[in-house]
Design a protein around this ligand. Structure first.
Ligand SMILES: [Zn+2]
Length: 87
């Protein structure tokens, strides 16, 4: 499989995309974690790592990196991210 690297929005290190969580702003305006390959939109990545997810949330990177302003949707996705990893 082709190795594609992406920057983590928590620690800003560049890593293999396969090891990361993808957050996509779908064309319908909603956010989705790890969308299928058919679901396209502007995306950001974060390591599968609780510290990176905490940083992503603390620094409001979903809002700034995705230029996304739907606060309710951001909260929903942040809760989903937290549930993916033990705190
Ligand atoms: Zn990271």
């Amino acid at each position: 499989m082709q190795k594609i690297n992406r920057k983590c929005q928590g620690c800003f290190k560049v890593q293999n995309r396969e090891l990361m969580i993808k957050i996509t702003k779908l064309n319908n305006g909603l956010l989705k974690i790890n969308p299928s390959s058919k679901e396209l939109g502007r995306s950001i990545y974060v390591c599968k790592n609780i510290e990176c997810i905490k940083n992503l949330i603390k620094k409001k990177r979903i809002k700034s990196a995705l230029k996304y302003t739907n606060a309710n949707e951001i909260i929903k996705i942040e809760e989903e991210l937290k549930k993916m990893l033990p705190c």
